[in-house]
Write a protein that binds this ligand. Structure first.
Ligand SMILES: *Cc1c(COP(=O)(O)O)cnc(C)c1O
Length: 328
């Protein structure tokens, strides 16, 4: 059962494709699929579209007029929230990390073009000031709605509960299966949603969430964030076989350089997929997660003969803000 309301923003189902060139890198010992959530629509796409359909559904039902959220300066979540607000006729306030740059690029540029009110918050990039901003806007007689960092609460995660069902149907229609799903996990909403959705839809695939940011959010680790959403989801969704807390883990070790730091690993992943398949990744999330998948296949950490799936989560505009490194 799904007690949540939805406000449609995206293009679904997103394509599920097989990559035919990439397996040659691994002596054709694997089949590799890709789920294209870089094509969800909403101002160049990404995984936040699915979350925002439910978050805005809730906000609209409450009759608010303003949305507030937070993120890094190159936040895909904030760019997509700005687009969603424009579509829904809501005003949008973004609390972004760092100081105001001389020139806006990448996601920051797009958030500005989409009409968001942008506030630069220095070292606070994870929404520490969301409540204070809401209080300030209320004093101006506005009705604000707070979307948490990354849109990661149960409401947002519902987008990925639904997405798990979407993938199951696509695999069934194609007569295919996947043993492992690699994806970038950061604030945990997608991971929690997929775990809940897989339990609901009885999809037996091993999730391979690649941790992107070794720092937690407000002192809460990625694992704890996922567990918090799952506890609530198990109850609210009345899942017959609830997700166990022991099912919550993430692959770490690819996040040592820190959030948003581009290393030769992300660069290698971006070049590999672009040159072999004509598909773009991003330097912060998908580049890191895709590298982790390449590494797992190269090292045969996955049994040869398996079908693996990479869930592309978007992030393309961030490439433009890394031109100084990627464009040399
Ligand atoms: C936000 C984001 C993620 C991580 O999703 P979470 O639900 O925050 O874990 C992955 N990839 C991209 C491109 C993102 O913008």
């Amino acid at each position: 059962m799904n007690p949540f309301t939805k406000y449609e923003l995206g293009f679904f189902p997103t394509p599920l494709q097989e990559l035919h060139n990439l397996p040659h890198l691994f002596a054709d010992e694997y089949r590799i699929f890709i789920k294209r959530d870089d094509h969800t629509g909403l101002a160049t796409g990404g995984n936040k579209t699915r979350k925002l359909e439910y978050l805005l559904g809730d906000a609209m039902a409450q009759g608010v007029d303003t949305i507030i959220t937070a993120g890094a300066q190159q936040s895909n979540h904030c760019r997509q929230t700005a687009a969603a607000c424009a579509r829904a006729g809501l005003s949008c306030h973004l609390l972004l990390g760092g100081d105001k740059p001389d020139q806006f690029t990448g996601n920051l540029l797009l958030s500005k073009l989409l009409g968001a009110n942008i506030h630069f918050m220095g070292h606070q990039r994870k929404g520490e000031e969301l409540e204070n901003m809401a209080a300030r806007l209320k004093r101006k007689n506005l009705r604000p709605y707070i979307i948490p960092y990354g849109g990661s609460n149960l409401t947002g995660a519902m987008g990925y509960v639904e997405a798990a069902g979407e993938l199951r149907e696509q695999l069934r229609d194609k007569g295919e299966s996947a043993s492992h799903i690699f994806f970038a996990s950061s604030s945990g909403g997608m991971q929690a949603g997929l775990l809940l959705g897989m339990a609901m839809h009885d999809l037996k695939t091993r999730l391979m969430p690649v941790q992107i940011d070794k720092e937690g959010t407000a002192g809460v680790s990625l694992q704890e964030s996922v567990i918090n959403i799952i506890r609530e989801g198990n109850k609210v969704l009345k899942i017959r076989k609830p997700v166990e807390e022991s099912d919550v883990y993430a692959i770490s070790g690819y996040d040592d350089a820190g959030y948003g730091v581009l290393t030769h690993q992300e660069e290698e992943a971006i070049h590999t997929l672009a040159e072999r398949e004509g598909i773009l990744l991003d330097p912060v999330y998908t580049g890191r997660a895709f590298y982790a998948m390449l590494h797992h296949l190269k090292e045969k950490k996955i049994t040869p003969g398996s079908n693996v799936l990479f869930w592309h989560t978007g992030g393309i505009p961030a490439n433009f803000s890394y031109a100084g490194q990627l464009g040399r």
